[in-house]
Design a protein around this ligand. Structure first.
Ligand SMILES: Nc1ncnc2c1ncn2[C@@H]1O[C@H](COP(=O)(O)OP(=O)(O)OP(=O)(O)O)[C@@H](O)[C@H]1O
Ligand SMILES: [Mg+2]
Length: 350
């Protein structure tokens, strides 16, 4: 009997490809097909350090967010001097932090006060549990900072942006950016991921892996709209402005299906979820043999429902017992005792 096996297909990814997938680098080419957003760039180093640190206290946060520019009390000389003294005391780092916070607040206001944040590549969607409503919807600057601070996906952007790049390659400096996107009530059923290589669609997958019965009936129309958008707009635009020959496009196509929105363009690497495809499947397709419409459009249906019932971000979730216990000292002690008992039991069993 022959053993069925597949070789592990590697993906050659360059640092330039990663950089070209930074939000500000691709979004400027699709002004008519993205939701309103603002980019704050560069992020001050003190804020990046805060995100990477264990501390939950923002440095310089005691500095008021609103610096009063119209000096109504100029007659009060003492106050003036004190004020000047204070400004001198605020060192450069804190000043850049205050500027950064003010810029974020201003952009939030301009976007209507409700936003969802991300860094160059990742959104903190793994940390949405920390906000009321279990979404990444932010209505204050504190929401934004808390989300970013609690997310492993953000840590990955900061610490391992080039982890899918060939090891020996020399790596460029990154200019980090904070992206604020105007909040939209996105229907996850209508989000799709398109794998593109050599100007061909390799496959399209439903992005949220729940079963939405109505998708089956819409599949043909959605497929046609997405494919038209990708071949007429995305591929020529990316081809003209970037060096990307492979990338992963995330799109959203809300009712009445007359417009396709680009949600993200991701590096073509195993770090991105291949969803209803396997990476090997995608990598062994011969692009020269693919016709424009010979790819598969995959959605969750009755048949494959069980196979893909995987839990989102299971890698960054902790057991509910631990979360409950962390909010209640007695429960914490109970949990520690139970844990000890279990270990003793284990040792006895060995
Ligand atoms: N403007 C918006 N308003 C509300 N929700 C949004 C908005 N933009 C994106 N989302 C939601 O946030 C999700 C994550 O966004 P995005 O694709 O930018 O994150 P990501 O970190 O790049 O994800 P991945 O790691 O899968 O590439 C989207 O699937 C969408 O449901
Ligand atoms: Mg992405």
């Amino acid at each position: 009997m022959t053993k069925a096996y597949t070789t592990f297909e590697t993906i050659e990814l360059t640092p330039e490809e990663v950089l070209e997938c930074s939000y500000s680098n691709w979004s400027k080419f699709f002004p008519a097909n993205i939701y309103p957003s603002k980019v704050v760039k560069p992020i001050p180093s003190s804020f990046l350090e805060y995100l990477a640190s264990e501390s939950i206290k923002l440095p310089g946060r005691e500095v008021p967010l609103e610096v009063n520019s119209d000096n109504e009390y100029s007659d009060w000389e003492d106050d003036d001097e004190e004020e000047e003294q204070k400004v001198v005391e605020v060192d450069e780092q804190e000043a850049s932090l205050v500027n950064f916070q003010q810029e974020v607040s201003k952009h939030m206001n301009d976007l209507g006060g409700v936003v969802t944040p991300k860094l160059n590549w990742s959104s903190p969607k793994d940390a949405k549990w920390i906000l009321a409503g279990n979404t990444t919807k932010c209505t204050s600057i504190d929401d934004i900072f808390l989300l970013l601070k609690s997310s492993d996906h953000i840590v990955d952007d900061l610490d391992f942006p080039f982890s899918a790049v060939e090891k020996s390659t020399s790596l460029p400096e990154i200019e980090y950016e904070l992206v604020l996107k105007q909040w939209q009530d996105v229907n996850p059923a209508l989000e799709f991921r398109v794998f593109i290589k050599d100007e061909k669609i390799l496959g399209i997958s439903q992005r949220d892996l729940n079963h939405y019965e109505y998708l089956e009936g819409l599949k043909q129309e959605l497929d046609q709209k997405i494919s038209e958008f990708v071949y007429d707009k995305v591929i020529p635009t990316i081809g003209c402005h970037t060096t990307l020959d492979k990338y992963i496009l995330d799109v959203y196509i809300p009712r009445p299906f007359d417009k396709v929105y680009v949600i993200d363009i991701n590096p073509f690497s195993r770090k991105s979820d291949s969803l209803l495809f396997t990476w090997n499947e995608l990598l062994t397709l011969d692009t020269s043999a693919i016709h424009d419409d010979s790819y598969e459009f995959r959605i969750i249906n009755e048949t494959n429902l069980g196979a893909f019932a995987k839990k989102e971000f299971s890698e960054s979730q902790v057991p509910l017992d631990v979360i409950d216990a962390s909010m209640d000292t007695e429960a914490m002690i109970r949990l520690a005792r139970e844990w000890q008992d279990l270990q003793l039991q284990d040792n006895r069993d060995i």
